[in-house]
Design a protein around this ligand. Structure first.
Ligand code: NAP
Ligand code: MG
Length: 482
């Protein structure tokens, strides 16, 4: 049965002004939970609590921060199977993917527990005689977090952990589609010994809770992950608010995977299938453009099709399933719309793309592969965010590289080749934030920076030690000792 879960504001669990139902996309008869929706006044209360908690938390010792973050990490890791099941049930990625994502969240908290102990400054000589110059980092203030549905625990973790690590206070607005993982994470954070008000959860819509965060003068910074359209609105609101807010945006992708004639075919197919279709293709780093050179094109398409025939698309919680359902009806409608657009544009739907019936009612879509695609078609230019990939034929490496970079996005890119020369050239010349050689475009470490360029990202990088650029502000202090 479903329980009614509350928001966490100023150290208390508070009822909302409405309810959002969390539905299992593998079985739409299964209600994962019911969650209180915060309204504008409650969001303002959370912001006020975070503001009140900031002075003390911003001066908390590294030990206090380490202890809280480490405790959060330990509990997440200890409960990864249970939380992974909840995640897979509410979002539709497979159980192993769900457990993997939860483990990732735990590792991120462990990393930032350590970072809390490592924050140092610099001291240098002044260009003027007798002066000392110090450069230190201070927290930014109240940080509003607005997150998407596709990584319901890892993305919140990689924003919340560094924010707390560097002494900021947090108001967290998860995507309305996935309140379950956000709530479970918040319960763990609530038990970690943080002073009340340091962390607040406000479930609710972007237009109410999100908008309130964007407009409020006491929110100093916004960390956002989601679509380009929402990202633009956020950027505008942050610049127009008084005082202006610091912001970082992680947005969409149309990530290329280049497959060269000299690639190991087996490796290339595994890399492409994983990058394009795992997590139902609902990853910002998914490989949606497979750019294949002429000499291997037909063999690659044939091997890819064989491999796709072996993929099991079913209930995310069943064992042995490779691809779970699409997250909800509106995303499924978008995927089907793009499949139709691709066909209308003259691309060939080579395999998949049809709706599937399974034991339970869910949003099951056979992964789709388009061939005879050109890079100017909409299916090659616009983010679909589903299990749909297109193969684009290229004459040679040079043309493949040019097609690879001919996109408004620049999050992740990849190349499959056995040539050191092409691998090195591609790493240097691919216009993306993350480049993979013989690896899927999706799938990254947590201790190094994550992010893109061009239309995919704006502002400081997330994750690893680089996260401190966003979650701290630099102070330069001059002293004349006399
Ligand atoms: P979305 O529709 O942009 O929503 C993202 C978040 O913004 C949600 O919490 C949403 O609230 C909120 N929001 C919507 N309108 C708002 C407004 N006017 N003001 C304030 N907040 C607002 O994105 P999504 O569909 O959840 O996620 C899919 C997108 O995320 C894809 O484009 C994907 O590429 C991108 N993504 C990027 C990365 C990356 O790191 N680059 C990682 C993962 C996903 P609601 O709860 O109301 O929806
Ligand atoms: Mg759901």
């Amino acid at each position: 049965m479903t329980a009614h879960q509350k928001n966490f504001i100023a150290g208390e669990w508070i009822d909302g002004s409405g309810i959002t139902r969390d539905i299992n996309p593998s079985n739409t008869n299964d209600v994962v939970g019911e969650y209180a929706k915060a309204d504008k006044a409650q969001t303002e209360k959370a912001i006020a609590a975070a503001k009140a908690a900031f002075p003390a938390w911003s001066r908390a010792t590294p030990q206090e921060r380490f202890d809280a973050l480490n405790k959060i990490s330990v509990e997440i890791l200890a409960r990864k199977e249970e939380l992974g099941r909840l995640l897979a049930r509410e979002e539709g990625k497979t159980l192993p993917e769900g457990i993997g994502e939860v483990a990732r969240a735990g590792q991120i908290f462990a990393f930032f527990a350590g970072e809390a102990l490592r924050l140092t400054g610099e001291k240098g000589a002044s260009v003027r005689p007798g002066l000392e110059v110090e450069i230190t980092r201070e927290p930014v203030g109240v940080v509003g977090m607005i997150t998407p549905w596709n990584f319901p625990i890892a993305i919140p973790a990689w924003k919340i952990a560094p924010a707390l690590c560097y002494g900021n206070t947090v108001v967290f607005k998860p995507a309305e589609l996935v309140p379950g993982s956000a709530h479970a994470l918040s319960e763990i954070i609530a038990r970690s010994g943080l002073p009340s008000g340091v962390f607040n959860l406000v479930v609710g819509s972007g237009s109410v809770v999100g908008q309130t965060l964007l407009e409020h003068p006491d929110v100093a910074a916004i960390s956002f992950t989601g679509s380009v359209a929402t990202g633009r609105k956020i950027a505008q609101a942050c610049v127009l608010s008084t005082p202006m807010k610091k912001f970082q945006l992680e947005m969409g992708g149309k990530n290329p995977l280049v497959v060269l004639d000299d690639a190991d075919l087996k490796v290339a197919v595994e890399v492409a299938v994983n990058g394009a279709y795992f997590s139902t293709g609902q990853r910002c780093t998914a490989s949606s453009r497979l750019i294949v050179t002429a000499g291997i094109h037909d063999r690659f398409v044939a091997a890819m099709t064989e491999r796709m025939k072996g993929l099991s698309v079913d209930d995310a919680l069943k064992s042995g399933v490779h691809v779970g359902p699409v997250v909800d009806q509106s995303q499924l409608d978008q995927d089907l719309r793009y499949i139709k657009i691709g066909q209308d544009e003259g691309a060939r739907l080579h395999w998949g793309g049809e709706l599937l019936n399974r034991e339970t009612p869910g949003f099951y879509l056979q992964p789709a592969l388009f061939t005879e695609t050109t890079n100017s078609m909409r299916i090659a230019r616009e983010e679909i965010f589903g299990p749909v990939a297109c193969v684009i034929r290229a004459k040679d490496y040079e043309e493949a590289l040019a097609i690879s970079n001919d996109t408004e996005f620049g999050l992740a890119s990849g190349i499959c080749t056995t040539s050191l020369k092409y691998a090195s050239h591609y790493k240097r010349n691919s216009e993306s934030g993350m480049v993979m050689v013989n690896l899927p475009t999706a799938g990254v470490d947590y201790h190094v920076p994550f992010g893109g360029r061009k239309g995919s990202s704006y502002g400081a990088r997330e994750q690893g030690a680089y996260a401190r650029e966003f979650y701290t502000t630099v102070k330069t202090a001059y002293t004349f000792p006399g």
